[in-house]
Write a protein that binds this ligand. Structure first.
Ligand code: ADP
Ligand code: MG
Length: 299
């Protein structure tokens, strides 16, 4: 299939009027009164973010989902996306169809529309990038910079699932659930509205809980204290035991956020608090963990 056959394959995914059926140079989106546009982008590279023989429908779905996770963490609702893709010549028509199947499946699940993109061929590995657009009530997006001293630090679900999931996908541990969890994360779009109402600062957990919590602290000019013993784990995480490893692994796609002192959301777990200073304190058994063991910056 040539570039035009490929774009024909994509056209049914571009169902919104703004996309002009992929028959124009650009999508035209009217500004939406009382709303802000929230925009995020992620790219994936074969051999780095997925394996050459990974099914491409799952690769496409994960690409959408990691972007959805960013949009949800801002308290916004995803609407549409642009797709840039560089296809290696050796990829078959079946591969291309599988990729489109994945896009179609998750577009339907998440109420998305394709707005446009670009397609090139490459002598290198498959590279794809999605730019996700979402809407949030004007001025209400939750950034990383709003944490205040006294706020609680919270996380929306079990931590270390992505890291254990990678081990499962590699066959290093036996768990079908975790392998699926790694290939197909579940972005917390279900919590976008409550995060928007409650959170003073928020980030999705993509690089690791401690890294993402420390980014909230840095952006807010405060210090985050994380009590490792309170970090929620799945049964597999509990069995693994090494909480520091789980909290520095990435790809969880839960949301870490701060909330005012009195807040007690029943949809999240309190894992620490915001104090004066800067950076991050990690406690295990009530004692600080040495920061040299928090090697996430080198990931
Ligand atoms: P141009 O030559 O002006 O860059 P193209 O021929 O690349 O235009 O694209 C034609 C149409 O197809 C445009 O609407 C563009 O957004 C769309 N398109 C091309 N590649 C993709 C893609 N990977 N995903 C979505 N839309 C695409
Ligand atoms: Mg053009």
């Amino acid at each position: 299939m040539d570039e035009f056959d490929w774009i024909d394959l994509l056209k049914p995914l571009a169902s919104s009027a703004e996309a002009r059926g992929l028959r124009d140079d650009a999508a035209i989106v009217p500004s939406r009164p009382e709303f802000d546009l929230v925009i995020s982008k992620d790219a994936i590279v074969e051999g780095v973010h997925f394996l050459p023989d990974d099914p491409l429908d799952l690769v496409a779905r994960k690409l959408l989902r990691v972007n959805l996770s960013d949009i949800a963490a801002k308290g916004a609702e995803a609407w549409g996306y642009l797709l840039a893709i560089a296809w290696p010549g050796a990829r078959s028509d079946a591969d291309r169809r599988a990729f489109v199947d994945g896009l179609r499946t998750d577009q339907a699940s998440y109420g998305l529309t394709l707005l446009g993109g670009d397609t090139v061929s490459t002598p290198g590995p498959l590279v794809a990038s999605v730019t996700m657009l979402g809407w949030v009530e004007a001025g209400r997006a939750v950034g990383r910079a709003g944490a205040r001293v006294g706020d609680g630090l919270w996380v929306t679900g079990p931590i270390g699932e992505g890291w254990l999931g990678l081990k499962a996908a590699r066959g290093e541990i036996a768990s079908d659930r975790l392998a699926v969890r790694y290939r197909l994360p579940k972005p917390r779009i279900d919590l976008a509205v409550v995060i928007r109402r409650l959170a003073t600062a928020s980030a999705d957990v993509s690089d690791g809980l401690l890294a993402d919590a420390s980014r909230i602290a840095d952006a807010s000019g405060v210090r985050a204290r994380v009590d490792l013993d309170t970090v929620p784990l799945s049964p597999e995480g509990l069995a693994w035991g090494d909480r520091l490893a789980l909290a520095t692994g990435g790809d969880d796609y839960e949301v870490v956020f701060t909330a005012p002192p009195g807040a007690a959301p029943d949809w999240a777990t309190r894992i620490g608090e915001i104090v004066e200073g800067h950076g991050l304190t990690v406690l295990a058994d009530g004692r600080p963990v040495s920061t040299s063991s928090l090697g996430w910056r080198h990931r």
